[in-house]
Design a protein around this ligand. Structure first.
Ligand SMILES: Nc1ncnc2c1ncn2[C@@H]1O[C@H](COP(=O)(O)OP(=O)(O)OP(=O)(O)O)[C@@H](O)[C@H]1O
Ligand SMILES: [Mg+2]
Length: 403
């Protein structure tokens, strides 16, 4: 289901907010763009207007939007346009840490409060004193942390983990979510009181497919950026390529568009971005990926973000083997797929993977890939078709390890 929390925003969330001078923004028009944030559509103009209006206040802002729509850019702009811009801007990705690590990251801890707490540590809230703190993926926080966050929001107070002393902090809170928090409330994963406290001023970033007029300016903007970075003279976009770009549904939103333009600049030749430089799904040669509304874009970085997020969530709050669990699983899958593609010939697979044959051999037994392989056990050498030729006798020779 698409994210759309607009209906839950209520009328005029800015009513009653101070509209004092904009730090660093001069007397600019409220709907004027923000530095480095492009958008000419009605939806983006609304975003610019709300951002500029809310920035000078202390109000908490909740930024909502699918992956890659620019939530982080807006959070940063709010800080930069605020009177706090000379103070620190601290970003915490709440989805990247387990409950206890996140608690200590946010609030700090005192020496000895848990195994591994060898020193007193200042948390990110204290680090954000006089500035702003951006709580990204706020939807990933546990109920216990939500209680603690509510208190900071209401009273500006908290305790470090393992400490009885109450700390006070003066920071402006900006939060982001790529899930509809009302759905999260319904399913019991998010506290309603925290939602209303966070949602003082909501900013909704529309997905790119709902503001197609922004596509062309974004393409030209990134073409210039990556052209300069890579010293390429690609300045124009062929009309047919632009048509394909305009028609794509952009499940990964601006991040996906940015990646495709960068890729075209790097892989393409000549002064013009041609259809052939675009990835197959845009050229109509492969079925487009389904649109993922909930956090997972179809581009590789977004998929990685979502994969890791799901791995952390599935492991549970008490897991202490996240590295092995998540990285191990990805590595195992990579080796299996490459082995399959190399007809299960280890020497070929090792070359494709760019790792030493002995390393691959060790990993095969570590992950017990032979035993479970659908295509039979992996073969050591480059022996052609199974049974046709003897395996390369040198394939298993010890060679220098690359680890
Ligand atoms: N309107 C825009 N103008 C220019 N660049 C943009 C715009 N929106 C997004 N981008 C670029 O797209 C990329 C993704 O943006 P950002 O990280 O802010 O997305 P996000 O909404 O935080 O995504 P996620 O939910 O995956 O964290 C960044 O490189 C950002 O600079
Ligand atoms: Mg983000």
């Amino acid at each position: 289901m698409p994210i759309d929390t607009r209906s839950s925003y209520g009328a005029s969330p800015l009513a009653g907010l101070s509209s004092g001078g904009l730090a660093g923004a001069g007397a600019s028009h409220p709907s004027m763009g923000l530095p480095g944030v492009l958008g000419e559509s009605q939806g983006m103009r609304e975003v610019f207007r709300t951002t500029r209006q809310v920035a000078p206040s202390r109000a908490c802002v909740l930024i909502v939007g699918e992956t890659g729509t620019g939530k982080e850019l807006i959070a940063r702009a709010i800080h930069d346009l605020s009177p706090r811009s000379t103070g620190p801007y601290i970003r915490v990705n709440c989805g990247a840490l387990t409950e206890s690590l996140l608690e200590s990251e946010l609030f700090g801890h005192v020496k000895g409060s848990f195994t591994g707490a060898v020193d007193n540590r200042t948390g990110r809230f204290e680090a954000a004193h006089t500035g702003s703190i951006f709580l990204d993926e706020i939807n990933s926080t546990s109920p216990k942390l939500q209680v603690k966050l509510l208190r900071v929001l209401q009273e500006g107070e908290f305790e470090r983990v393992g400490d009885n002393n109450t700390k006070k902090v003066d920071t402006r809170i900006v939060a982001a979510t790529n899930r509809d928090l009302l759905d999260e409330i319904d399913s019991g994963r998010f506290r309603e009181d925290l939602y209303y406290r966070l949602n003082v001023v909501p900013i909704y970033l529309p997905p790119l497919r709902e503001r197609r007029e922004d596509i062309e300016p974004l393409v030209l903007f990134f073409l210039k950026r990556y052209g300069e970075q890579n010293r390429r003279e690609m300045r124009k976009v062929h009309p047919e390529a632009m048509r394909k770009l305009r028609e794509h549904d952009w499940p990964g939103n601006v991040r996906e568009l940015q990646n495709y333009v960068e890729r075209s600049v790097i892989l393409g030749t000549g002064p013009e971005l041609l259809v052939e430089f675009l990835p197959p799904q845009l050229r109509g040669e492969a079925p487009p990926r389904p649109i993922r509304h909930r956090g997972g874009g179809a581009d590789f970085p977004s998929l990685t973000v979502e994969l890791v997020r799901q791995g952390i969530r599935a492991a549970g709050a008490n897991a202490n083997d996240l590295h092995d669990r998540i990285v191990g699983q990805v590595e195992r899958e990579l080796i299996q797929q490459v082995l399959q593609a190399c007809d299960r010939v280890q020497i070929k697979a090792a070359a494709r993977l760019g790792i030493n044959r002995n390393t691959l051999h060790k990993k095969l037994s570590e992950y017990r890939i032979d035993e479970n392989a659908p295509g039979g056990p992996a073969r050591n050498g480059d022996g052609g078709e199974a049974g046709d030729a003897p395996s390369n006798p040198r394939a298993d020779d010890p060679i220098s390890d690359d680890e």
